[in-house]
Write a protein that binds this ligand. Structure first.
Ligand code: HEC
Length: 150
C-alpha cells in the first residue's frame, strides 16, 4: 500500500518534468514581430511540422503559399509568397513570431494568427477560445520551415 502511493507520486512528478509548461497564447511576448523562446518549452520536430503545414484542418499553409518541397500536394495557393528558402530569409525567432501571430510582423496581413485564442476577424465556432495550433505544433512548423533552404 505504502509503496504504491510512492510509485504513483513518482509517476506524476516525472510526467510533470517531461511535459514543460506551454506559454499561453495571450502571454506570448513579441519583439519586433519575433518570439525568442520556444512556446512549448521543447524543440520542434520538423517531420511533424511538415504534416501540420499541409494538413488542411491545421496549418493549411498551402491554401496561400506555394512550397516546392511538397510537389505531391495538389493545390498551392498564391495569396502569400512562395515559402521556398524561407529558412534562410528569417531567423527561428522571426519564423516563430510569424506563425504564432503574423500581425505582429505584418500588421495588415490576411495570414491567420495560429497561436491566438481571441481576436479573429472571422471566428469559426469550433475555434472559439482555442488557438488553431498548439504551442508544440507551432514549434514543429517552425522547425520544418527552417529546413526550407534554397
Ligand atoms: C490566408 C492566407 C495565408 C495562410 C493560410 C497562411 N499564410 Fe503565411 N502569409 C500570407 C501572406 C499574405 C503573407 C505575406 C505577408 C503580408 O501579408 O505582407 C504571408 C507570409 C508568410 C511568411 C513570410 C514569408 C516571406 O518569405 O517573407 C511565412 C514564413 C509564412 N507566411 C508562413 C506561413 C505558414 C507556416 C502557414 C501555415 C501554418 C501560413 N503562412 C499560412 C498568407 C497566408
Amino acid at each position: 500500500m505504502k509503496y504504491s502511493v510512492v510509485a504513483a507520486a513518482f509517476c506524476v512528478a516525472t510526467a510533470g518534468v517531461a511535459q514543460a509548461e506551454a506559454v499561453k497564447p495571450m502571454s506570448v511576448s513579441f519583439t519586433d514581430g519575433a518570439v525568442e523562446n520556444s512556446l512549448s518549452g521543447q524543440a520542434g520536430d520538423a517531420v511533424e511540422g511538415r504534416k501540420v503545414f499541409m494538413n488542411r484542418k491545421l496549418g493549411n499553409c498551402l491554401a496561400c503559399h506555394a512550397n516546392a518541397d511538397m510537389p505531391e500536394q495538389p493545390f498551392h495557393g498564391e495569396v502569400g509568397p512562395p515559402l521556398d528558402g524561407v529558412g534562410e530569409r528569417w531567423t527561428v525567432a522571426e519564423l516563430r513570431g510569424i506563425v504564432a501571430n503574423s500581425k505582429e510582423m505584418f500588421p495588415d496581413t490576411i495570414m491567420p494568427s495560429f497561436y491566438r485564442d481571441t481576436g479573429y476577424t472571422r471566428i469559426l465556432e469550433k475555434f472559439d477560445g482555442k488557438s488553431i495550433l498548439s504551442a508544440q505544433q507551432v514549434e514543429d512548423v517552425v522547425a520544418y520551415l527552417l529546413t526550407l533552404q534554397e
